[in-house]
Design a binder for this molecule. Structure first.
Ligand SMILES: [Zn+2]
Length: 109
């Protein structure tokens, strides 16, 4: 199956919340790198590794929209949003790629 990353989480709790949200909507969700959490968090982050949330490619747009709604409704806004260089849609700082067209924003936090 072709998987797409829809979120780079800044901690395991956020990754877990994202999974709950997506699974509640009937999506298939895979968390990666969670098993490494707690071993050497600082080392992982220094190498650009963080827990990330993946969904099958055909569910990517749905997942991104759900996550956008989730974070829009949360009070956390300590990072600035970014604007997609391709379609100029505003995106939440938590998103690894544009919710609208899928353009990658960054490879690592
Ligand atoms: Zn875009």
């Amino acid at each position: 199956m072709n998987w797409k990353r829809v979120l780079i989480a800044y901690d395991p709790l956020q990754a877990g919340m994202a999974r709950v949200t997506l699974e509640a909507a009937g999506l298939t969700v895979q968390l990666r790198q969670m098993e490494l959490w707690g071993v050497a968090v600082e080392v992982l982050y220094s190498h650009g590794a963080a827990p990330s949330v993946w969904v099958p490619a055909h569910q990517e747009q749905t997942a991104l929209r759900l996550l956008q709604e989730q974070f829009d409704s949360s009070a956390e806004a300590d990072e600035p949003d970014w604007q997609c260089p391709d379609c100029h849609e505003p995106n939440g700082s938590h998103f690894a790629c544009c919710w609208n067209c899928g353009t990658q924003h960054r490879e690592s936090p």
